[in-house]
Each structure stands twice: as structure tokens, then as C-alpha cells.
Design a binder for this molecule. Structure first.
Ligand SMILES: Nc1ncnc2c1ncn2[C@@H]1O[C@H](COP(=O)(O)OP(=O)(O)OP(=O)(O)O)[C@@H](O)[C@H]1O
Length: 313
């Protein structure tokens, strides 16, 4: 990327999300949440993975759904939150018909526990709601309320996978920054790389996220995937203080499209397909990710009542 263009973009993005531009009431909620943290840390039992990417259509939902299902099929206790509120489609990909969604939780009509829907292989799903205007216009206070609601779960899962929306707006940044790990999905398009960079920059500068896992989706071969990662790593290495880990690839695969048409996951329907192998490899790699970095005290985080990483992570 041309350096002048980069600097302009960087300045624009930074201004857009700087504290000076955040609405007053939202900032109060950030501070309030920090002061509500319990004084005695418990052992953390849940690891949260946000799937993000910046650009729309790169396969975030597909990766989130198949990663969560691959982990569930491997015997892990996994919950999947559809945080693409208002245009949520995790339920569509999994063939679920939710009657309630996060909007009902925010209106006090149900608890988070009530929203949990069972999917195949023991996977649990929290539907995000679709076609509901209010959900698409949620403010930071409401995002924080959804994140805090996870503290009340009766049986916290071993893993929470969060499917985030497209773009780099506050909703995406908040859900990603509230997670232990951020998995960035990129595909072989310039806009995918520039948008992924923009999101990484915001998460690093404004939320202190320092580590990102990168997966290349819809690529033809391993060499192409590695090149995509290297391009992103080069730009990030030049301008940002972040660490990027290459997590491999999910190839472009007609079996995956077929699975989506059938409202199932490719890891379940065609476990030997090339894309399913990619997802299973990704699911296996999660155990090698090392200890999650504990969020700063001021940051709103999923399961923040469980402030210490469990032994062995
Ligand atoms: N590895 C793949 N091989 C073939 N097709 C794929 C692959 N990954 C995703 N797709 C196709 O791309 C489409 C978009 O994927 P998906 O909805 O997961 O993207 P997204 O990033 O979540 O989009 P949005 O930002 O709009 O929510 C899917 O409907 C699927 O058909």
C-alpha cells in the first residue's frame, strides 16, 4: 500500500474511534463495567475466540460455524455467539429456527440461558437475530450488556466462539476486544487485506489487542494462503506493534457451498472434503495458541468474573 494513502487511512480511522469521539453515556458504561469487576479472581474456565475480518463476505460466519462445529465434534464443550446482530445468519447456516434472540435479552424478556439453542454434536448457539432494526443499531452500552450477560451463565462452556459483523465499527471492535483470541479471516482480495489491517489497527491502538491469528479462506492452494499472510504481516510489522500467527488455510470448496445450501456444516456432512480438513486443522491448532493474554482491568471482557487463565493454558 502507498504510504501516503496508509497514513491518511490510519489518521481517519484513529480519529473515528478515539475516546474524544465516543458518546458520553457509552464511556460511562465502560468505566462502570470496570468498577463492577469482582475483587477475588476465580479460575477461568472459558476461552473466547472472536472471528473477525473487517470485510464482508470473506467467510467469517462460515469459519466461525465450522470451527465451532469441528471443536464440538472433537469432544469440546463449545458455544457459538452470533454477534452479527440484526443480520445474523449462524442459525441459517445451522438450520436452526430460533424464536428468541439477543434483542429479547436486552429487553429483559429472557435470560442468556433461555437463548441457548442446541445444534449438532452438542454445539450450543446464541442467535443474534435478523431483520430487527433495533439490533442493527445497538449502542456500546447494549454491546457491553450482552458481553456481561455471559457472567451469569449457569454452566460456562469450555470455548465461546464469537462470529462478528463486517466492518470496523464499535460493535465489531468491542466483541473482538472482549475475547481472549482474535481470529482474522482474509481472502485473496486487496480489500480483504486493507480491511483486515484497518481492524487490527483499531484493536491494537484503541483496545490494546496485541496478538492476532490469521486464516486464509477461499484460497486455491497453500502457497497463495501463505503469501496473503505474509503481505498482511509485512504491513502490520511496519506500522503496528502486533504479533500475527499464521493458522493455515481453508480452500475454496464446492462441498462447503453445498453444505451451506443444505443448512449444515461441511465438517459434519463431508468430513473428508478439503475445506473440512482445513477447519479440523484450525480446530486442532487452537490448543497450541498458548495462554490468553488477560484483559486490562478497564476492558469489558467475556467471562470477566473468571479472571485467571486455567492451569495448562
Ligand atoms: N472456503 C470456501 N469455499 C467456497 N465458498 C466459500 C468458502 N467460504 C465461504 N464461502 C462462500 O462465501 C459466502 C459468504 O460467506 P460468509 O457468509 O461466511 O461470509 P461473512 O464474512 O460472514 O459475510 P458477512 O460479512 O456478510 O457476514 C458463503 O455463502 C459461502 O457460499
Amino acid at each position: 500500500m502507498n504510504k501516503a494513502v496508509h497514513m491518511n487511512q490510519a489518521a481517519g480511522l484513529h480519529n473515528l474511534f478515539s475516546a474524544a469521539h465516543a458518546p458520553r453515556e457509552d464511556m460511562d458504561i465502560f468505566h462502570q463495567a470496570a468498577s463492577l469487576r469482582p475483587l477475588i479472581p476465580r479460575t477461568r474456565t472459558t476461552r473466547t475466540i472472536a472471528v473477525a475480518g473487517g470485510k464482508g463476505g470473506v467467510g467469517k460466519t462460515t469459519v466461525a460455524v465450522n470451527l465451532a462445529m469441528a471443536m464440538a465434534m472433537a469432544g469440546r464443550d463449545v458455544m457459538l455467539l452470533d454477534a452479527d446482530m440484526g443480520v445474523a445468519n449462524v442459525d441459517v447456516q445451522l438450520g436452526l429456527n430460533p424464536l428468541r434472540h439477543v434483542g429479547h435479552l436486552l429487553e429483559g424478556l429472557c435470560t442468556l440461558q433461555d437463548l441457548i439453542m442446541p445444534a449438532q454434536h452438542g454445539l450450543k448457539v446464541i442467535p443474534g437475530g435478523s431483520g430487527v432494526r433495533r439490533l442493527a443499531k445497538m449502542g456500546n452500552g447494549e454491546h457491553a450488556a450482552v458481553i456481561r450477560a455471559f457472567d451469569e451463565l449457569l454452566q460456562p462452556p469450555e470455548f465461546l466462539v464469537v462470529d462478528t459483523a463486517a466492518g470496523v465499527a464499535d460493535n465489531v471492535a468491542m466483541f473482538a476486544a472482549a475475547s481472549d483470541d482474535v481470529l482474522i479471516v482474509v481472502c485473496d482480495e486487496l480489500a480483504s487485506l486493507t480491511d483486515a489491517y484497518a481492524l487490527i489497527k483499531i484493536l491494537a491502538h484503541d483496545f490494546g489487542v496485541r496478538r492476532f491469528h490469521i486464516v486464509a479462506n477461499m484460497v486455491r492452494q497453500a502457497g497463495d494462503a501463505k503469501k496473503l499472510y505474509e503481505k498482511l504481516a509485512r504491513v502490520c510489522g511496519r506500522f503496528l506493534d502486533v504479533a500475527l500467527d499464521y493458522m493455515g488455510m481453508v480452500p475454496h470448496d464446492e462441498w462447503l457451498r453445498q453444505a451451506i445450501r443444505r443448512q449444515g456444516t461441511v465438517v459434519d456432512l463431508w468430513p473428508s472434503s478439503r475445506s473440512a480438513m482445513g477447519f479440523k486443522q484450525l480446530a486442532g491448532a487452537v490448543d497450541t495458541w498458548g495462554k490468553p493474554v488477560c484483559p486490562d482491568l478497564g476492558r469489558i471482557a467475556f467471562f470477566s468474573g473468571q479472571s485467571l487463565p486455567a492451569a495448562g493454558w
